[in-house]
Design a protein around this ligand. Sequence first.
Ligand SMILES: Cc1cc2nc3c(=O)[nH]c(=O)nc-3n(C[C@H](O)[C@H](O)[C@H](O)COP(=O)(O)OP(=O)(O)OC[C@H]3O[C@@H](n4cnc5c(N)ncnc54)[C@H](O)[C@@H]3O)c2cc1C
Length: 375
Amino acid sequence: MSLAQRRILIIGGGFSGMAAAIELRKLGAEVDLIEIDPGWRSYGAGISLGGATLRAMRTLGILEAFLREGNAADGVKICLPHGPQVAELPTPRLAGPDVPGGGAILRPVLARILAEATRAAGTNVMLGCTFTSITQDADGVDVSFTDGQRRRYDLVIGADGLYSKTREALYPDAPKPRYSGQACWRAVLPRPPEVTTATMWMGRVKPGVNPVSKTHMYLFVTEHRPSNEHVDPARFPTLLRELLADFPAPVLQQIRAQINEDSQIVFRPLEALLMPRPWSKGRVVLIGDTVHATTPHLASGACIGIEDAIVLAEEIGRAGAAPAALQAFEVRRWERCRMVVENSLRLGEIEMAGGDKEEHGRIMRDSLMALAQPI
Ligand SMILES: Cc1cc2nc3c(=O)[nH]c(=O)nc-3n(C[C@H](O)[C@H](O)[C@H](O)COP(=O)(O)OP(=O)(O)OC[C@H]3O[C@@H](n4cnc5c(N)ncnc54)[C@H](O)[C@@H]3O)c2cc1C
């Protein structure tokens, strides 16, 4: 019998795991999803989405909800520290001629939209639950859970992110996440009317803004931090204001003035991981950040995780049996995901070294063109 009609377990209810549940339910599979966080919360401020992500959202059936609750816009503006715009990166309309080529949304809002779609699709969601053991034979996978249950599945999908326990169980010698030398600051703030699309400023650090709704935007600042040491959250507002001090651009100074002790600021050292192939063993396959966690320079980590889910479901629908479907999935995904992780790391290296702006621009353009290709 094809995997499409069988029992599938998804470990991890992030963007990749939820997308997999939605797509596999469309095939008629019986899907359990376990999520370790009893509150199924999503951390962080906003998330930027390119045309390829909007195209993937259309496949999932959540594009309308995104357009209602987030913000879609064309183009990415590049500006000098004192304000003037020097370039605009085009963002092809990949989700349809009437849908702008990019946008952004609050992370918890996107997580809620996906969680509602996951449940509406008929997924059996088990919160506050994880696995204690996974063992497999030629015909199936036996999984024991922290709630004492034990079930047998035809396929298990590990989508439990950068610090994946599924990856550890499957491949104990897999590479570990690596600190990239940069950290990212993010905050949600009221949107000045002149901020209409993603806008970035060139300088010693890399600040940017992106509207997440009609009223709000999120600010992100990438900075070089040679060592990955703890930063006291009490200092977040002061440090973030300091990072923006060298940018006289009036709109950025207006945004800087809004940062205060009550601002919700998220600080995150940037780590990356590219797991070499294979991404599956027997009837267990890994997707999303579990195998390709990228730094955010191309704003495409969530995109490639959601695309993994779409391609995996397509191959399961087509090939049916486990090894053929999982190998076809990996062949289709490897090059695109490798490109995103490695090009993002290279962009970060150029920024840290104060390196060649032309190379930076070329990698950015080539990567965005590659992302626009069909999956
Ligand atoms: C600072 C920063 C900014 C970013 N900005 C962007 C952006 O603008 N655009 C973009 O597209 N991408 C961006 N990304 C990347 C994007 O956030 C990730 O690629 C994406 O969230 C990965 O989703 P995932 O579902 O694969 O993994 P995760 O989001 O890590 O989800 C994993 C899920 O598994 C659960 N889990 C963990 N362990 C277990 C377990 N043992 N059992 C059960 N459940 C478990 C977790 O609670 C979580 O819900 C950014 C990343 C960073 C760090």
